[in-house]
Design a protein around this ligand. Structure first.
Ligand SMILES: C[S@@+](CC[C@H](N)C(=O)[O-])C[C@H]1O[C@@H](n2cnc3c(N)ncnc32)[C@H](O)[C@@H]1O
Length: 274
């Protein structure tokens, strides 16, 4: 089977599962051959070694398994992160949360922060790379994310900057902190999600409780109680009003909500009173 024949076959197989079947067929073949996509166009008549191996990858994708789990890696911000089932695939909208936090770190000269729900390590790793003076304690309640984040932290040589800790929220982080950042699970229990998400990504990373914002509320409460000055979180597109009402009971200087690139409410930054 040549490259062009394989792509034609895969495009058909992926028609139902993917919005861009040819593109995904190319991504999978490039991954399988360990080449750039451009290589496929230049060598379209070349015979593929291990065509059966490629077919198996395409069949997994046709069953809606995310490309990132098949390839074992995800592009995020300016880096490639190792991912595997059990760890959330980092989303582009989380890059906005990082930029919000980076601005505060820069303006306030912050050096001690915590991340709640480290997942693959996406947020902590990008922040640590931006700010070499930054020390981060990154928690997660699940073992697989802690293991995968550990490997990603090692890959980028950031072991001196990021310490991983198994913890519910920041319960096991008694250290003084200036800021907490989190992209916690915030989806409501009864929300219907696409198959590639709900059938493959970890439930613990997606669902935040019956209403969805239960963990967000607990994070706000914990951070306020601990006298930590800043909190930056991602949230669901429909959670601005409940969060706005919830923070009325806290001593806050201000809350700023931000939108994602599609214009949906996507997160907030709280500055608590000093
Ligand atoms: C939406 S994922 C975010 C992962 C990563 N930070 C990112 O943005 O790609 C949420 C993470 O929070 C973790 N988590 C869920 N409940 C938690 C809790 N109570 N305390 C700490 N981590 C928790 C999940 O295991 C998951 O890794």
């Amino acid at each position: 089977m040549t490259i062009s024949q394989a792509l034609k076959w895969a495009q058909k197989e992926l028609m139902e599962a993917c919005d861009r079947p040819l593109f995904e067929a190319e991504l999978l073949l490039a991954h399988h051959l360990q080449k750039e996509r451009l290589y496929l166009h230049i060598h379209s008549d070349e015979t593929i070694e291990d065509a059966e191996g490629y077919k198996r990858l395409v069949e997994r994708r046709a069953k809606h398994e995310p490309y990132e789990y098949i390839a074992g890696s995800a592009s995020f911000y300016d880096i490639e992160l190792e991912v595997e089932p059990g760890v959330l695939i980092p989303r582009p909208e989380t890059e906005i949360l990082i930029d919000k936090v980076a601005q505060i770190i820069e303006e306030e000269g912050i050096t001690r922060i915590a991340e709640i729900g480290v997942g693959s390590g996406a947020i902590s790793i990008v922040l640590a790379r931006k700010f070499p003076q930054l020390r981060i304690i990154a928690t997660d309640i699940c073992d697989t994310p802690l293991q995968v984040a550990g490997r990603n932290i090692q890959k980028f040589g950031l072991k001196d900057q990021i310490e991983l800790r198994k913890s519910n929220l920041i319960d096991e982080v008694p250290e003084a902190l200036e800021l907490v950042v989190s992209n916690p699970p915030y989806i409501a229990e009864d929300c219907i999600l696409e198959s590639n998400v709900v059938d493959y990504e970890p439930q613990e990373a997606l669902f935040g409780g019956k209403a969805g914002d239960e963990l967000l509320r607990q994070i706000i409460t914990d951070v306020s109680r601990r006298g930590i000055r800043y909190l930056a979180c991602e949230m669901g597109y429909d959670q601005k009003a409940p969060i706005e009402a919830f923070v009325k009971d806290f001593e806050i200087e201000c809350i700023e909500f931000y939108q994602d690139l599609a214009g949906f409410d996507r997160g907030f930054v709280i500055k608590f009173k000093g």
